[in-house]
Design a protein around this ligand. Structure first.
Ligand code: ADP
Ligand code: MG
Length: 324
């Protein structure tokens, strides 16, 4: 299959049809219309085999995930997804460039794109070690983006969904075990919290998506905002499996420092607390207050036993040991 056949067969008409796409796949550039009064939110991520995913992972899930991580970034700004471009580096060896592999990959990508009204408008296709780069473009009313800077002392620290599920699945896979299917789905097919991000526009004072672990990602909000925070570990939203793992090992690193959760962490003026449940119900996603923004700097965790433990990204292993 030539490069052009490959593009035509699998990627020429992927995702939604949108009126703001004047020209999509097929020319030297895509032509896109940004509506008056809107800003473009742009983000790009690369997933490399062996670094970000296991080389033999399910191609359908991989197609989903490489778009999901971008949509999660858009969600974290409160942007509405619109367009995507896709740069594929494919090895020459079968089966990883077989039509079946590509069809499954394109299906996973296309289904998530359809679900979020995203049109695939262009890309690039080259030979080399398997690597996938997706750029996403979202729309946001001028000035309405929710940034990392903006958290104020007294705000609630909140998080969507549950934490540590993907980390638990990865831990099992790396140990040669088969993770429970719901945990595996959290690792391989993350759900970008787009509706939550949109609903928090105008309410959240700061927001980020958790790709590197809650402690590190919340740390970015604190640094950008010039504040500190205290987390109540007993309040962390955990599935039964993660709660059991934490209880067994005493390792809070699982929910606090394992990556790939793709949940939103946000700060919310305390006066909006009542609205959380309404937004959570509307979006079909738990939204949980887990702490409070403080003056000063740094992140302090209060363990369920009441002990106060300071941690920073570098000292995290130390924290995990100390929390036992
Ligand atoms: P050029 O050489 O002008 O950069 P290409 O030959 O790379 O163009 O691509 C031809 C067309 O196919 C372009 O519109 C490009 O955006 C699109 N395209 C190439 N690879 C992909 C891909 N993996 N997914 C979607 N569109 C792609
Ligand atoms: Mg060209």
């Amino acid at each position: 299959m030539s490069e052009f056949d490959l593009i035509r067969t699998h990627f020429a008409a992927l995702g939604s049809t949108r009126e703001d796409v004047i020209l999509g796949v097929g020319d030297d550039c895509a032509l896109l219309t940004v509506p008056p009064g809107q800003q473009l939110a742009v983000s790009i991520d690369t997933l490399a085999a062996g670094v970000h995913f296991l080389p033999d992972c399910d191609p359908e899930a991989l197609g989903h995930k490489c778009l999901a991580v971008g949509l999660s970034d858009l969600a974290a700004m409160g942007a509405a997804p619109a367009w995507a471009t896709l740069a594929l580096t494919l090895p020459a060896d079968l089966p990883r460039t077989s039509p079946d592999w590509l069809a499954a990959f394109a299906h996973g990508f296309g289904q998530l794109a359809l679900a979020h009204g995203v049109a695939l408008v262009g890309g690039d296709t080259t030979r080399g070690p398997l690597s996938i780069t997706v750029q996403v473009h979202g729309l946001i009313p001028v000035g309405a983006a929710v940034r990392r800077a903006g958290a104020r002392a007294g705000d609630l620290v909140c998080v969507s969904g549950t934490l540590g599920d993907a980390g638990l699945a990865l831990r099992a896979l790396l140990a040669g075990e088969v993770p429970a299917s719901d945990l595996r789905a959290r690792l391989e097919r993350p759900t970008p919290r787009v509706a939550v991000g949109l609903a928090l526009r105008g309410l959240a004072s700061a927001m980020i998506d958790c790709s590197d672990g809650l402690a590190a990602d919340l740390g970015h909000i604190l640094t950008a905002s010039g504040v500190g925070a205290e987390l109540d570990l007993a309040a962390l939203p955990l599935t039964g499996a993660v709660a059991a793992a934490v209880a067994e090992t005493g390792d809070w690193g699982l929910p606090l420092a394992s990556g790939d959760d793709y949940e939103l962490c946000f700060c919310l003026p305390a006066g909006y607390r009542e609205r959380l449940a309404v937004i959570a119900a509307r979006c079909g996603c738990p939204l949980t207050p887990i702490g409070r923004v403080l003056t000063g700097s740094g992140l302090v965790c209060r363990s369920p036993a009441g002990a106060v433990v300071a941690l920073d990204a570098a000292g995290f292993d130390h924290f995990a040991a100390g929390a036992r």
